[in-house]
Ligand binder design. Structure first.
Ligand code: SF4
Ligand code: SF4
Ligand code: FES
Length: 335
């Protein structure tokens, strides 16, 4: 017999959520969703959750089990029950509506923001628009997303920043950025490089762990970053940071932490300063706080903390002993 500890919430009856325990012994080989169904059908008909296909296709049944988002119909109950108990909660980063049912509106709003449809050339082909196998393979993985919201639920950035597009929308964006038939690739990566886009991902990889399909958003985010850099969309902190990081490692084999923050903000070089002034004047005219002010003030506490912990990098930047090996790796990568 296992204990199913389920987070219950029904604001029409009680404002605060609470946990309720159900005892149930899932037969071997049955899924977590089968257990939820049995509990609902035999113990409490008011228990609410979403489901439809029972085959890991529709994406409806994602819930948190023991703190991590999973598809309830894709996991056998015995695999999620630990010490005879499983804790079930609604997905994170979305408002609960009732029990395990959450409000997906913000999720869909973000999907809509990335223009989730093909924008082909105006000229119509005689028949269909062809793709080779190689061209399709670029968008194959992102095409498998079933919009379950598991990645969105467990994304660390979304917990602190509602403005972040999130892993699912960015995986969907890669589906069109990488599509050989789409004419808006550059415009797309420009939009995705704005605040709240690809460069706000912290590379934690949690969305890859949670994704039940090969869509694996973080890998798709890296692919969009590569396209953005190849398309010359460099006028933002994220791209500048990546380029500065690469330049430093290529040059000396180690990170120049004195230069990295300044180059990331774009203080260095005439072009950088011109762009910076233009961007920040534009923001001032729109009545927004210029990012340069936010960035500089944001760096001060970091610098002070580093000073306090004795982590200020050396003023003179030295190369590692085997820097020629590092340069050779870069050369081979380029080839
Ligand atoms: S890798 Fe990026 S998108 Fe994925 S969960 Fe982490 S912060 Fe979110
Ligand atoms: S990317 Fe994966 S986890 Fe995220 S919504 Fe799509 S299928 Fe679900
Ligand atoms: S019920 Fe459709 S994915 Fe689980």
């Amino acid at each position: 017999m296992a204990t199913f500890k389920i987070k219950r919430y029904n604001p029409e009856i009680q404002r605060e959520p609470y946990y309720e325990e159900f005892q149930y012994d899932p037969p071997e080989g049955t899924t977590l969703l089968d257990s939820l169904n049995e509990i609902k059908w035999t113990q409490d008909g008011t228990l609410s959750y979403r489901m439809s296909c029972r085959s890991a296709i529709c994406g409806s049944c994602a819930v948190k089990a023991n703190g991590h988002a999973i598809l309830a119909c894709q996991r056998q109950a015995e695999h999620v029950i630990k010490n005879d108990t499983v804790v079930l909660e609604p997905l994170g980063n979305m408002k609960p509506i009732k029990d395990l049912v959450v409000d997906f509106d913000p999720f869909w709003e973000k999907i809509n923001k990335v223009t989730p449809y093909l924008k082909p050339e105006e000229t119509k082909p005689e028949k269909e628009r062809h793709q080779s196998q190689a061209q399709f393979s670029i968008i194959d993985d992102s095409s498998t997303c079933i919009m379950c919201g598991a990645c969105y639920s467990d994304c660390n950035v979304l917990e602190v920043d509602d403005n972040f597009l999130g892993p699912a929308a960015l995986a969907k964006a890669q589906r069109f950025v990488g599509d050989s038939r789409d004419k808006d690739r550059k415009a797309r990566v420009e939009q995705l490089s704005e605040p709240g886009g690809i460069w706000d991902c912290t590379h934690c990889g949690e969305c890859v762990e949670r994704c039940p399909k090969p869509a694996e958003p973080f890998h798709r985010i890296k692919e969009i970053m590569t396209v953005a850099l190849e398309e010359g969309v460099h006028n933002n902190n994220g791209a500048r940071h990546a380029l500065s990081f690469t330049k430093s490692i290529k040059h000396s084999g180690r990170l120049n932490e004195n230069v990295l923050p300044v180059e990331s903000i774009g203080f260095l070089g005439v072009k950088g300063i011109v762009n910076l002034v233009q961007d920040n004047l534009k923001m001032l005219m729109q009545g927004k706080v210029p990012t340069v002010i936010k960035d500089v003030f944001g760096l001060i506490p970091v610098g002070l903390r580093m000073l306090k912990k004795g982590k200020i990098p050396p003023i003179i930047h030295h190369s590692v002993d085997d820097v020629d090996d590092v340069k050779r790796i870069f050369k081979e990568l380029k080839q």
